[in-house]
Write a protein of this length. Sequence first.
Length: 243
Amino acid sequence: MKLLLLAGTQEARAIADRLAAEGIDAMASLAGVTDEPRLFPIQTRRGGFGGEEAQERYLKDGKFDTVIDATHPFATRISSRTLSIARRLGLRYLRVLRPAWRAQDGDLWHAAAAREDVERLVPKGARVFLATGAQSIDEWSEFAKDRTLFCRRVDRTDDPFPYDGSWIIGQPPFVLAYEMRLLKTYAIDWVVARNSGGPTRAKLDAARALGRPVALLDRPAMQDCDHVETPDEALAWLTKQTA
């Protein structure tokens, strides 16, 4: 077996640890979103593949026969493309998709299927913590015309913030007290986030504690493929493939 692990999540790290412990020939692939990512215990490549043809050629030339896709739940482009390539090449493919967040008592969540829904939910003039990732900032130009946005990113940048508001520089993990202080410091009226699930819900817990409403973007539809929720389930799937 030769395995390509599409990484970028905590689940991917846990899977990489298990692959290394089992001595499985594996390569982790990181998109290069962070300037200084933590090291993986298996071979690692950084950066995009350069499009579908280049990715297919990489998988062929590398003689990979298995792909575990543990990218972000909203990384639909790379997941859809990789599944298509895997099917053409006859490779085993598994999507690792952690459970979505569920509302708790006191949460003021408003479901949003698209950015247009967020525009209808969040009133003009609001101060918004845009917790959808720095890579998505250009997608919010219309929304930003009548609101003040604060968007978090991991790495510092010389690029000016494109709207009224500012970047917030911060390295995860974020705890409840930190997120509550952030919402207070920037006088946040609304939180806009994606329902990515996982360990980063402290911002949502802070919003609940402070009575702030949240516009929560729904997950993209799940593709028709083998999928699991946890690293343990991913390794169990892998064991079955080699049995």
